[in-house]
Each structure stands twice: as C-alpha cells, then as structure tokens.
Design a protein around this ligand. Structure first.
Ligand code: AMP
Ligand code: MG
Length: 347
C-alpha cells in the first residue's frame, strides 16, 4: 500500500478541499487516516465499523485488549458514543471540551467491542485541533483513534514520526505540522461516584477537582511495579520507548550531571536527554535538550521527539535527567518512567 501524505494547515481550513474530501471518503469506506490533534497524532477509523477498528490494531501491532478513544466534533454526538452521560461527565465536558481530556463512560450499544477492546465502557474525546475537527465533521462519523505510532513506540508529534512507523501500512497521513501539547490526553473514569484519573495529562487532577469537587488517581498508574493493575488497559504496557535502553537519573542537578558524565567513560555510545540549563555541563555523548527546565510545557512538547531522535543517533544507552514540572510533572514523568521501563537511578 502506498501511504499518501497530504498537507492541511490548521489555519483557514477549506472544508471543501480535495484533501479533506479524500480523507473523509477513506474513513467512510472503512479505511485509516492519520491526523493531527492538539495532543499527538491519531490513527483514525469509523468507530462504529468493526472491521475498520480491526485495521487500526493490525496497522499498529496493538494488543487487542487495548481499547481505542472515540473522537467527536460536536457535543451532541456524545450520546451516540455513550449510553448514559452523568452530571460529572457533563461538567467535565463543559469545562474542558474541546480539549485534551478523555472521558470513560458506559458504552452505547452501537459502539462495537472491537473498538472498546471488549469493555462495556467507552473512552470519548472532543479534540480542539481544527484539522481533527474538520476531518470528523467532514466524514460525518465518530472516529476511533489511538496514537498513530507502532505499538510500544513513542507517540508521534510530527507527521514524519507517523511515516517512520506506519509507511506502507495505512493509505493516508494528514500533515498538519507539529502538535501543540505533545503528550496524550488526560483520561478520567466517570463511571463511579468520584472522577478517577486513569492517565495523567495536560488536564491535571487539580483542574478536575476544581470542577467536580473531588478527584482521585488510579493506584495502578502510581505503583512502579506490576502489583496493582492500571484500569486503563493501555497503561500496563511498556510504552513510548526508544530503541536503546533508557535510564532516568534523579537527584540534585550537579550530581545528576556528574553521574551521567562518569558513564561516558564506559566506552559505550551514550545519549543524554537534558535541559537548556544543563546542556553545556556534559563532557561528551549525544545530547538533546527538551527545553528550559522552567518551562514545563516545552518539556512535554519536546519529550517524544527527543526519544525518537535518539533512535537516529546510533547510541547504545540513554540517560535522561528527571524533570520537575509541578503542573504537568505527573504526566511527563509518567511517560518517561514508562519509556525507561521504570529504570531509575537515584544519586
Ligand atoms: P492511545 O490513544 O494510543 O493513547 O490509547 C488510548 C488509551 O485509552 C489507552 O491507554 C487505553 O487503555 C485507554 N482507554 C480507551 N478506552 C478505555 C476504557 N473504556 N476504559 C479505560 N481506558 C480506556
Ligand atoms: Mg498510544
């Protein structure tokens, strides 16, 4: 299969352009289209079409028990994805949609188990990216979409990342440039009495608490071993991983730098994930900065790109500084810890 790449700029989208027409017709006929969202690139298919959903799993090599997120571009469509929408979900949708928040609710009978990984619940999101919205509206479907990477690889923040992983496996990629946030949506389970964060993201527990009065965090995503199973099936997999083994080094900055510098003497080719502030303190290695340590949005924005870039640098081991990002910290460190398979050294 030849993978067609079309460019659609998020500014001034022409709803009748031939690119959008073609993308929508692929979705309508049960095919796959990768598209930009404000979090990461998604790999979309008609959410109510079992065979179309199955194609997503095949293209990504995704385990079949890892459910997809159903994307809408009109709040009224929430009732087509979910059977019941409680007050908690309504409040959260009202506060954060369109935006980087996914709500888990009881699934509508029309959503096949092929889309929900066999679960009776469905994850729904209303993205704010103009290209994502245009594609969903033009195709007039609910679009099931996980991140558009090969399973286990870092999520794509550029169309070229999608091409790297899925070239020849999908018919179309919509290139809308680099995405804004750079890490996946916050997932909130709304099926109980209290909202539960199943995956940390740009929308923080505090933001959810401010809207609902309460908010808890799934113990399965805090535990750094496999003793407690996460409630979002996808969170149990090693994920977001570069090809070379990654170790996080945690501690005071000077000690972190000197530990990593000492590893440069091992004779191995070392990759280093650093910040603008520490960049100049390393005595060797292939160094990538994820931005200023004072700018947590920049760290989120650049993290996956840095992990992917490491794959092109011919390194044998990677060390990353740990990042203190108070607002987003949990989301960023959650992704980094998973990329490292929880390999962490305290200095
Ligand atoms: P991705 O879009 O690739 O980040 O994958 C979707 C994420 O949503 C995975 O971590 C899934 O486990 C999670 N997810 C999707 N549907 C549900 C659901 N019904 N309940 C819990 N988690 C879900
Ligand atoms: Mg993913």
């Amino acid at each position: 299969m030849i993978t067609d790449i079309v460019h659609i700029d998020e500014k001034g989208i022409d709803f009748d352009s031939k690119e959008l027409e073609k993308a929508a017709s692929i979705i309508q006929s049960g095919g796959l289209v990768a598209f930009p969202t404000e979090t990461v690139y998604g790999l979309g298919a008609d959410a109510k079409n079992e065979e179309a959903s199955a194609k997503i799993y095949a293209a990504k090599g995704r385990p079949s028990d890892n459910p997809l997120i159903v994307h809408i571009a009109d709040i009224s469509k929430l009732n087509e994805a979910a059977k019941e929408v409680n007050e908690m979900a309504k409040k959260l949708a009202d506060a954060f949609w369109p935006g980087p928040l996914t709500l888990v609710l009881p699934k509508h009978d029309d959503i096949p188990y092929a889309t929900t990984g066999g679960l009776d619940t469905v994850a729904v999101r209303y993205p704010s990216h103009p290209v994502a919205m245009a594609l969903i509206k033009k195709s007039d479907r609910l679009i099931a979409a996980p991140s558009a990477n090969a399973s286990g690889r870092p999520s794509p923040t550029l169309a070229s990342h999608v091409l790297e992983d899925l070239d020849g496996r999908i018919p179309m990629i919509i290139d809308g440039g680099q995405v804004g946030i750079g890490i996946e949506s916050t997932i909130v389970d709304c099926t109980g009495e209290v909202p539960v964060i199943l995956r940390p993201g740009f929308i923080t527990p505090k933001m959810v608490k401010d809207v609902c009065g309460e908010c808890t965090i799934d113990p399965g995503i805090i535990a750094n071993d496999s003793s407690v199973k996460p409630k979002a099936p996808g969170m149990k997999y090693r994920h977001y991983a570069p090809k070379a083994p990654l170790t996080i080094v945690e501690g005071p900055k000077e000690k972190v730098v000197s530990y990593i510098n000492s590893q440069l003497l091992s004779g191995k080719k070392v990759g280093i994930i650093a910040t603008d502030e520490t960049l100049g303190n390393y005595t060797g290695g292939k160094i990538i900065s994820v931005g200023s340590c004072d700018d947590e949005r920049s760290v989120a924005h650049n993290l996956y790109g840095a992990l992917r870039q490491m794959d092109g640098l011919d390194v044998e081991v990677i060390y990353s500084e740990s990042f203190e990002t108070p607002g987003l910290g949990e989301a960023v460190m959650n992704r980094l810890l998973k990329a490292a398979g929880h390999q962490i050294i305290k200095v």
